[in-house]
Design a protein around this ligand. Structure first.
Ligand code: COA
Length: 330
């Protein structure tokens, strides 16, 4: 049956590295606290003027190169991102121009940390139905410019990083590629992890009063997010396995969204899976939201952790709440 396989993967991060020690100079925090609670040692943050589309473009060009696909062959662009350069339009539209693509459909999916799997699923559906033969699927974020870098914002600002990852999907009839995707959402928890402004509910969307009250900064109830994440990750991984009549023994590598090392460790424990089969690079990048899974996939490939024929599971959980998984035969 016609479906999508991943023909090329690449990632890009800003040059600037911000260590935990650097953050100690900005707020009352410590390298030891951050490593113990999250596993994060450093992250990459953009320089002034660098946008999500710049990172997305770099990752996309390299993914096209690795796939051996020319820009004119792309039929669809889907970008998973919360942080488009501008309020509108989205990064997808910018990529269409920056990469010199035909006037193909291009749009953004705002599903927070699950956005890359949502975008991958959309690309797979376009390919399964014959609407596209080749799709560019991107996860790209600049979170650093949204953060409150004072002590008041420390619970959030130590967690997040910037980056982008891109994959090129191509149609195949072969017995490999994306086997299935599983997407979920539960909006009643939206205020557990959200950013209120700028908001179309208000006129103007962002006022001096709102800025003074800090309503432009993302907010999170960390414990509540943690509690849901450690249940939803195993649940959605099991869902992907059951849909394909597989068990964890068939899986070579789980690539979870890089939210927090402690979440990944607890998920691995719940599933009875060794950490050698759960990919982690959060120590280098922090949580890059929609970009974390394609960055991790790109690094897992570069490190030789995925071979032809391997079964890999992608899984994510984040703001919305949204959660998702994908089963892929490499
Ligand atoms: N540095 C130092 N101390 C900090 C801090 C920081 N960056 N951030 C918070 N603290 C303090 C708190 O103020 C609190 O102090 P108090 O006890 O004096 O009140 C203490 O550390 C404990 O805070 P708490 O929020 O209860 O810590 P926690 O154990 O829940 O860990 C998270 C906080 C954010 C690491 C944790 O809740 C978490 O990982 N949640 C999931 C987050 C996540 O992955 N989100 C993205 C999902 S996609």
């Amino acid at each position: 049956m016609r479906h999508a396989h991943i023909a090329g993967v690449a990632h890009a991060v800003p040059d600037r590295i911000v260590t935990n020690r650097d953050l100690e100079k900005l707020m009352d925090t410590s390298h030891e606290w951050i490593v113990a609670r999250t596993g994060i040692e450093e992250r990459h943050w953009v320089e002034e003027g660098e946008g999500t589309s710049d990172l997305a473009c770099r990752a996309s060009r390299e993914a096209l190169n690795r796939a051996g696909v020319a820009p004119e062959d792309i039929d669809l662009v889907v970008v998973g991102s919360l942080t488009s350069d501008y309020f509108f339009p989205g990064v997808g539209n910018q990529l269409q121009d920056l990469l010199g693509l035909r006037t193909v459909p291009s749009f953004d999916i705002k599903a927070a940390c699950s956005a890359f799997i949502y975008a991958l699923s959309i690309g797979d559906q376009f390919i399964r139905t014959g609407q596209a033969d080749t799709a560019l699927i991107v996860g790209a974020e600049v979170q650093s410019t949204a953060l409150n870098l004072s002590t008041e914002g420390r619970d959030m600002s130590v967690l997040f990083g910037d980056g982008a990852g891109a994959v090129v999907l191509r149609a195949t009839e072969e017995d490999r590629g994306i086997l299935s995707t599983h997407l979920h959402s539960q909006g009643k928890y939206l205020k557990e992890l959200w950013c209120e402004a700028p908001a179309s509910r208000f006129h103007p969307r962002l006022s001096v009063d709102m800025l003074e009250a800090g309503r432009q900064y993302p907010k999170m109830n960390g414990r509540e997010v943690f509690r849901h994440a450690v249940n939803r990750f195993p649940e959605v991984i099991e869902e992907a396995l059951q849909a394909n009549d597989l068990t964890l023994d068939d899986v070579q590598l789980v690539i979870p969204h890089q939210a927090n090392l402690r979440i990944s460790q607890m998920v691995a424990k719940k599933l009875g899976l060794g950490m050698d089969r759960v990919f982690s690079n959060i120590h280098k990048y922090g949580n890059t939201t929609g970009a974390s899974i394609p960055i991790a996939l790109s690094e897992a490939l570069a490190e030789g952790k995925i071979a032809d024929g391997d079964l890999i599971i992608l899984a994510a959980f984040g703001s919305g709440f949204t959660w998702a998984s994908a089963a892929i035969r490499w």
